[in-house]
Design a protein around this ligand. Sequence first.
Ligand SMILES: [Cu+2]
Length: 116
Amino acid sequence: MKKLIVATAVLAAVFAAPAFASDDMAGMNMSAKPSAAKVSSNNALTDAEVKKVDATTGMVTLKHGALENVGMPPMTMAFKAKDAAMVKKVHEGDKVKVRVENVDGTLTIVRLEKQS
Ligand SMILES: [Cu+2]
C-alpha cells in the first residue's frame, strides 16, 4: 500500500509539472525512476516455504508471508502452480520466493524462485 501511494505521488508530480520545466523534468525523471517503482510493486515476491508438492494435481502447498496483491495474510495453503515445470523444480522444505496472482478466479503461483 505504501509503495502504491509513493508511485502515485511520483506520477502526480510528473503530470503536474508545468510545460516550461520540461528540460529539468527530464533530468528528474531519470533519478526518480517512477516506472521502476511501479514495476517492483506489481511484481513483488513473497517469502514462502514449500510444505507439500502434488505433481498429479499441480498443487503446491506453501507456508507463505503476506500476499498484498491478493489481500492475504500469512498462512499455509495450497496453490495451483502455473505449469508442470514449476511443480517439478521444488520439493518439500524448500525456501522459495513466490508471486501469487488471481488468474481467472484461481489463486495461481505465477513465479516461483528457490532462495539461495
Ligand atoms: Cu493464503
